[in-house]
Ligand binder design. Structure first.
Ligand code: ZN
Length: 72
């Protein structure tokens, strides 16, 4: 598996929907590829963040800033 293929399956990896075969290939690639490990960490963090944002109400100051930005 190369980097592009790994990144293609990362979303499924986080959803735990990969077949054992693909999972083994991805884990083998991650063991030898630091950039993909870093990408996975970032991807995971933003996925968690997005999940949190959906659950939690947007803080008023952020909403105001967003409104200011959009009305510019
Ligand atoms: Zn890679």
């Amino acid at each position: 598996m190369n980097c592009r293929e790994s990144i293609d399956v990362l979303a499924d990896y986080l959803d735990a929907t990969l077949t054992p075969d693909v999972l083994a290939q991805l884990e083998a690639h991650l063991r030898v590829c630091a950039p993909c490990r870093a990408y996975l960490a970032t991807y995971k963090r933003s996925a968690e963040l997005a999940a949190k944002v959906n659950r939690v109400e947007m803080p008023p100051e952020v909403r105001q800033r967003l409104r200011d930005f959009l009305s510019r």
